[in-house]
Design a binder for this molecule. Structure first.
Ligand SMILES: O=C(O)C1=C[C@@H](OP(=O)(O)O)[C@@H](O)[C@H](O)C1
Ligand SMILES: C=C(OP(=O)(O)O)C(=O)O
Length: 449
């Protein structure tokens, strides 16, 4: 969204049972990559189901600035790429708005090219650490200039010939893994990424689909070694983007906590690197039925029938964090309506998202009368199954800190709590889920903007 838009508050009120069927929009991670890899590959890539959220549209603009052509005809996005190694120097800085994925993956994609690229973003993105991408790029020979530490704005200038790298990813991050692999596409020889903890595997799967020479080896301890032969040919593909499980999480939790609900969410990506929330909610006693499991574009997809359920508190192990990393804010809301205590561990990466999500969630819960404890990398939530006693008279107003997931999570909370929940700004929801309001109100939720 434009950086100077006025805040748009919203309020969610206790709602009657949700019902109906929705088709969840395209996965954000796969949508970013479809435009990037299509923009880099030779020939045409045709994409259906692309998420038309602001984050993804900014990636599209960046790819156009780097030489790709992108147009939309009816429901299909058609991308004509430059060919691997053929990106062009952009004439102006690339503005990624609120999007860490768009920015960090594009840094990898162009960071090895022998021209200057400048990266800018909104107030949230400008606070997020970029050193995790800049460090491996420096080791490949890229010159980095940043006015303040490792924060945007950042300019990169790649070397004449980049050195391929062997890199062990120091934190569980698909963005870091992906950025190094994408930089390796333009380096001669073998780039090797060692991933001690598995994160979402869309980059590996999709690059192989575009024709990259890439292999993945997994040792007995689960450590993955990904090898990519640089400077190979990539060829345009046809991609049908499955629905985003991270967006599905909001109507899913809403249906579980609003009594009398029975909804169906169609077309949800079930890639095991993304289904940690569903597993956790099932352990809590959630009634989630998987219907019509099928393969779409090389990915496992299902429709989810969700009925309101009596939830119980659980302990969510740290190892599960990468498979549900963006879902913790809404899981914390589900935990609020569960019997007993929910403990979430291994949450250090939540501190460097669009906001410090660990403290933003704890602050919002406390304001709404929920007992919770914020640890350095964990969160404990004491549930109140009837939603009573939640909220001050007139309801609390939650600060969203330019974070779409904080915004949607607290609106979901207001649908089942005794008092309404207000958020200070709903504008950021359009970065990942522009249809959120239309879909959730169609299911019967009472939300006013
Ligand atoms: O690679 C991706 O598409 C993403 C990776 C995750 O970030 P990290 O790599 O920082 O964990 C996730 O939070 C983000 O929404 C999307
Ligand atoms: C963390 C997220 O995205 P990004 O890192 O792309 O801003 C998210 O969508 O929750």
């Amino acid at each position: 969204m434009p950086h100077d838009t006025l805040p748009q508050p919203a309020v969610a009120r206790r709602s009657a049972g949700l019902s109906g069927t929705i088709r969840i929009p395209g996965d954000k991670s796969i949508s970013h990559r479809s435009l990037m890899f299509g923009g880099l590959a030779a020939g045409e890539t045709r994409i259906t189901g692309l998420l038309e959220g602001e984050d993804v549209l900014n990636t599209g603009k960046a790819m156009q600035a780097l030489g790709a052509t992108i147009r939309k005809i009816d429901d299909e996005w058609i991308v004509r790429g430059t060919g691997n190694g053929g990106l062009l120097a952009p004439e102006t800085p690339l503005d990624f708005g609120n999007a860490g994925t768009g920015c960090r993956l594009t840094m990898g994609l162009v960071g090895s090219y022998d021209f200057k690229t400048t990266f800018v973003g909104d107030a949230s993105l400008s606070k997020r650490p970029m050193g995790r991408i800049l460090d491996p790029l420096r080791r490949m020979g890229t010159q980095v200039s940043a006015a303040t530490g490792d924060r945007l704005p950042v300019s990169l200038h790649g070397p004449g010939v980049a050195s391929p790298l062997t890199y062990r990813v120091p934190m569980a991050s698909a963005q870091v893994k992906s950025a190094v692999l994408l930089a390796g596409l333009n380096a001669p020889g073998m780039t090797t990424v060692i991933e001690p903890v598995m994160t979402r595997d869309h980059t590996e799967k999709m690059l192989a689909g575009f024709g990259a020479a890439l292999s993945v080896e997994i040792d007995a301890a689960g450590v993955r070694t990904i090898r990519l032969e640089g400077q190979g040919k990539l060829t345009g593909q046809t991609i049908d983007v499955p629905g985003d499980p991270s967006s599905a999480a909001f109507p899913l939790v809403a249906a579980l906590i609003v009594p009398g609900s029975d909804i169906t969410i169609r077309n949800v990506l079930m890639n095991p690197t993304r289904t940690g929330l569903i597993l956790t909610l099932q352990e809590m006693g959630a009634d989630i039925e998987m219907l019509d499991r099928r393969m779409t574009g090389g990915e496992d997809v299902a429709d989810l029938r969700v009925r309101s359920s009596a939830l119980k508190g659980v302990t969510v192990p740290a190892e599960r964090a990468p498979s549900m990393i963006d879902e913790y804010p809404v899981l914390a809301v589900a935990a609020t309506f569960a019997e007993g205590t929910t403990i979430m561990q291994g949450l250090d990466e939540l501190r460097v998202k669009e906001s410090d999500r660990l403290s933003a969630v704890a602050e919002g819960l406390k304001l709404n009368g929920v007992d919770c404890i914020e640890g350095i990398d964990m969160l404990t939530v004491q549930g109140r199954p009837d939603g009573k006693g939640l909220g001050n008279a007139g309801g609390a107003k939650v600060s969203t800190h330019l974070d779409h997931r904080i915004a949607m999570s607290f609106l979901v909370m207001g649908l089942a709590s005794e008092h309404p929940v207000t958020i200070d700004d709903s504008a950021m929801i359009a970065t990942s889920f522009p249809d959120f309001f239309a879909m959730i109100t169609r299911l019967g939720a009472t939300i006013e903007t």
